[in-house]
Design a protein around this ligand. Structure first.
Ligand SMILES: Cc1cc2nc3c(=O)[nH]c(=O)nc-3n(C[C@H](O)[C@H](O)[C@H](O)COP(=O)(O)O)c2cc1C
Length: 313
């Protein structure tokens, strides 16, 4: 049975990737699971310089979810290349780096630093973080800025460029198309949904930053809908993200057209989630008489529609 997939010319041994910001730089999870089980890992967001992120409290639980305003705390790209990449090289998994910037030039600069480093499979361009005052969602919420950032990173590197789309827009398909036109090799879909939780006694936001990004099972139907819209809009691969914690969840994204899936908030609950989801995917393929996970991709049928190309049966 084959679980291997290909994203932007990168072969992944299976379609499961750890989502940015929920898996540290990967090495933090070394003692908890075998990192070589994963199709890939996306690092926490990196700027050129180290950053402290937002003041605490930075996380609050919500019904079936989590609201966070970590604010892109990190060690900076040069320290990541020097200290973290050599440790990750011990594992048989694809390492993607989540690239951040306050300015278009900074995104390109971070991309250049990483392009020269061994062991980076691709760059995920974070134009969708809701927890920073500059860059992030401000870039990913404006088609012109999205184009500018993606084109600048495209020019800076030959590594696969994978912009991460914001769900905080009315028309995600438009942004997916803009990324494709600007030279992206794939898109990740989605980042967190902008939210606000209020402490009613204090009449203040529960997070020190004020607003935050909502993740976890609560956002999955929104994420699946947006991934489906993005996958229909572009030819480049879409990586689905949002509330995945089981094989069923991952399959929803694959069936609507995603070629791979990221797991985020579930890492906090069950770091060993990958082995369980992989076993569930194999079980599903077996039950449906399939021997390749790619046969499931894009097989969504709406009531009354005939079978689409590539569907089983
Ligand atoms: C605590 C936390 C930190 C995150 N940090 C980043 C980040 O640095 N860069 C990024 O692109 N996304 C970041 N995300 C978003 C996740 O990668 C993912 O897109 C989102 O959480 C939805 O997936 P999930 O529901 O599986 O968590 C973060 C999410 C959480 C919960």
């Amino acid at each position: 049975m084959s679980l291997a997939v290909e994203i932007a010319g990168v072969r992944l041994k299976n379609p499961l990737i750890a989502a940015s910001g929920t898996f540290g730089y990967g090495v933090e999870y070394e003692g908890l699971l075998d990192l070589s089980l994963l199709g890939g890992i996306v690092s926490k967001g990196l700027y050129m310089e180290p950053r402290d992120g937002c003041p605490t409290p930075r996380i609050v639980e919500t019904p079936s979810g989590l609201l966070n305003a970590i604010g892109l705390q990190g060690v900076g790209a040069p320290a990541f290349v020097r200290d973290v990449l050599p440790r990750l090289a011990r594992y048989d998994t694809a390492v993607f780096v989540n690239v951040c910037g306050d300015t278009v030039e900074e995104y390109a600069e971070v991309a250049r630093v990483l392009a020269g480093a061994p062991g980076v499979a691709g760059l995920e361009i974070n134009i969708s973080c809701p927890n920073v005052k500059k860059g992030g969602m401000a870039f990913g919420g404006d088609p012109r800025m999205t184009h500018e950032v993606v084109a600048a990173v495209r020019k800076a590197t030959r590594l696969p460029v994978i912009p991460k789309l914001s769900p905080n827009v009315a028309d995600v398909a438009l942004f997916a198309r803009v990324c494709e036109e600007a030279g992206a090799d794939a898109v990740s879909c989605i980042n967190t949904l902008l939210g606000l939780v209020v402490d009613v006694e204090a009449r203040r936001p529960k997070l020190a930053f004020g607003t935050g990004g909502l993740s976890g099972p609560a956002i999955r139907p929104v994420a699946v809908r947006m991934a489906w819209q993005a996958a229909r809009a572009v030819k480049i691969p879409v990586i689905g993200i949002g509330g995945v914690s089981s094989a069923q969840d991952a399959l929803e994204f694959l069936i609507v057209g995603c070629r791979a899936v990221q797991i985020g908030t579930a890492n906090f609950v069950e770091p060993g989630v990958y082995a369980r989801v992989l076993a569930g995917l194999e079980d599903y393929l077996g039950r449906h008489g399939l021997d390749d996970v790619n046969a499931v991709v894009g097989t969504l049928r709406f009531p009354g529609e005939g079978a689409e190309a590539g569907s089983e049966g």
